[in-house]
Design a protein. Sequence first.
Length: 51
Amino acid sequence: MPLALWLTQATPESGSDSTTIIRVAAGVLALLCVVAILVRRKRKASKQDWS
């Protein structure tokens, strides 16, 4: 999250319209989805190893 805030502050003033904010938010959400999927798959794999 601090990275996203830093990126929004580091953008030049001429390009800081609503589309930039939407792109950053979409990127952060996509990254969170990928991390959630990987964590769920890892948990599922570890449960199968023990049973």
